[in-house]
Design a protein around this ligand. Structure first.
Ligand SMILES: [Zn+2]
Length: 83
């Protein structure tokens, strides 16, 4: 995955999605990063969660949230980007 800071991701996401509330997204990301550090797992398959997707949907891994297996070009928050 491509590491990105919370700040940078919020900016990018809100530029692409003008209806989003940056404050709320940032709070969600902070929370989910904490959860991932504590070892939160996908509610569907038990793999480690994808923080960015989990901040906008539910606690899930990349594959379950997107239906794709290749995450090499997708972003993940730098603090929890382990692969
Ligand atoms: Zn999963």
């Amino acid at each position: 995955m491509v590491p990105i800071s919370i700040e940078a991701y919020v900016k990018k996401h809100c530029k692409d999605n003008p209806g989003e509330e940056p404050k709320q997204l940032k709070e969600n990301l902070k929370q989910v990063v904490k959860d991932k550090k504590k070892g939160a797992t996908c509610s569907n398959c038990g793999q480690e969660i994808w923080a960015i997707g989990s901040a906008v949907a539910y606690h899930g891994c990349f594959s379950c949230l997107t239906g794709e297996t290749d995450s090499s070009e997708d972003y993940e928050i730098d603090e929890v980007c382990w692969s």
